[in-house]
Design a protein. Structure first.
Length: 489
């Protein structure tokens, strides 16, 4: 169940270039999802294991189902080593990657990737975990913000040059898949590939060629990642059965991560004890900006409860900030640090602001700071927060003023409509006088009706007893009988 499962070994022509040879598997794909994994998922797992105090289970296990070329598995291990390992040094973190395609498993074990697969990684991570290739490293390590001030012609030329290098790198990567993977081809193409170095990543990541519809690795796992794999390529009952087997291999309190466009079968969460684990991603650079929700994470019910206070770890639990902070970013903020993705966002914002500021604007800003008309001690984020607070306070003041004005107008109206005691007494007396007059008139009307004689009853005509008007035939017969009587007499 691989996102890209094409066998180029049966073709003699190179792979098509019309779509720039789209390889969907890459490092840091859907960056906001990986932020949620770092900030909440792995942090939650670390808290559970640190609070349990069980020495025999001090290693977290992760399974990457449909790992393709291994980018997802390696990146999960990088995240743990860079962010969580310094906070939970007593915990280990191992990753197992499985895929149906044996060629991709071999590529994952080699750990060599083209430029487009690693371009979303931070520059520091590239330098730490990869051996720099002979070609194309300088363009990727150079900060793209430093090129925003280029003239348009130079930017177009540079983009064409980078596009040509990407096509060359993708073509080389396709050659590895198209031909039998040999050491000769790997060495020949390694000049434009980024190879994993000695950063401590390979030791804790393993790969197995496996078809999840037939067999699965032995659990239990703390985190299972099946992004754009099972939910995308399997149908109906087979998908439900495979997902059920995967959830059965999750520990209580473990997490299932699927792709953003993947959908679980209807009623699957209720049937197998999963609950959505929604993460709110809000930009620290722009607190008033658009909020983004990550809804592709699910947690298994029955999380391990903290045991009674016993043992050295639990005695220090009330003072252990790891067990009191809800997220990784909150822990970093409490301890005087900052999450690396937040620091990167702020750095980009500062550089973009400086580069888009003209020389005249820079001089005006410098003069304002020199004259004390602007405080430059606050960062951009702090100034935005202060501006947002000032706007909110202004809105509240305006609302309070409107409420005060409305209350004053209502009080004025009440004062205008208020009666003196004498006026109120006169109005009450007038009301009762009118009421007495109305009652007297009603009594006069009733008395007149009682004095009048009752009306005489009306005589009923023939045919009235039946309630019907006599017909013309009956009228003729009656007139004939009267005429006969007259003749006889």
């Amino acid at each position: 169940v691989s996102p890209v499962n094409r066998d180029w070994s049966m073709t003699t022509a190179p792979p098509p270039q019309s779509h720039a040879f789209q390889w969907f598997s890459r490092f840091n794909r859907d960056e906001h999802v990986w932020i949620a994994v770092s900030d909440a998922v792995l942090w939650n797992l670390g808290q559970q294991r640190a609070a349990s105090g069980s020495g025999s289970q001090q290693s977290l296990r992760c399974w990457s189902c449909g790992c393709s070329s291994g980018e997802e598995a390696y990146f999960a291990r990088m995240i743990w080593q860079k962010r969580l390992a310094p906070i939970f040094p007593e915990l280990g973190f191992t990753v197992l990657g499985t895929d149906l395609c044996s060629e991709k498993i071999e590529t994952a074990r080699q750990g060599a990737y083209p430029t487009h697969s690693v371009k979303a990684l931070p520059t520091g991570w590239l330098k730490e975990f990869f051996d720099l290739p002979e070609r194309g490293a300088g363009d990727l390590l150079e900060d793209p913000l430093s090129r925003t001030g280029m003239p348009q012609i130079q930017r177009m030329q540079r983009q064409k040059k980078l596009a040509a290098r990407r096509r060359e790198s993708a073509s080389a990567f396709a050659t590895v898949f198209r031909n039998t993977i040999s050491q000769t081809n790997v060495v020949a193409d390694a000049r434009s590939f980024w190879s994993l170095g000695d950063g401590g990543i390979r030791e804790d990541v393993s790969f197995v060629q496996q078809d999840v519809t037939q067999d699965m690795p032995d659990g239990p796992f703390d985190l299972i990642m099946s992004r754009y794999a099972v939910c995308l390529y399997l149908e109906a009952e087979q998908k439900s059965n495979v997902l059920a087997d995967m959830v059965a291999r999750l520990r209580p309190g473990g997490f299932l991560l699927i792709g953003e466009k993947d959908k679980l079968p209807p009623g699957f969460c209720e049937e197998h004890g999963l609950r959505p684990f929604t993460y709110l991603l809000q930009s620290e650079v722009c607190p008033a900006g658009i909020r983004e929700y990550v809804e592709s994470v699910f947690q298994k019910d029955g999380a391990e409860q903290r045991p009674p206070q016993a043992g050295p770890i639990l005695k220090a639990a009330p003072k252990d900030l790891r067990l009191t902070c809800s997220t990784y970013s909150q822990f970093m903020q409490v301890t005087g640090g900052e999450a690396d993705w937040i620091a990167e966002q702020k750095r980009h914002m500062r550089e973009v602001t400086m580069q888009r500021t003209s020389s005249r604007s820079a001089n005006l800003l410098a003069n304002a700071i020199r004259e004390g008309r602007r405080d430059d001690s606050l960062s951009i984020t702090k100034r935005m927060e202060a501006d947002a607070a000032a706007r909110l306070e202004k809105v509240r003041a305006a609302s309070t003023a409107r409420d005060a004005a409305g209350f004053a107008a209502l009080s004025t109206l009440r004062e205008r409509l208020r009666l003196t005691p004498q006026e109120a007494e006169n109005k009450v007396q007038s009301f009762f006088q009118r009421l007495q007059q109305d009652m007297a008139k009603r009594e006069e009307v009733v008395a007149k009706r009682e004095e009048e004689p009752p009306p005489l009853p009306r005589r009923k005509s023939r045919g009235a007893s039946s309630g019907r008007r006599p017909s013309s035939k009956l009228k003729r017969s009656a007139s004939a009988r009267r005429a006969g009587l007259r003749l006889v007499s």
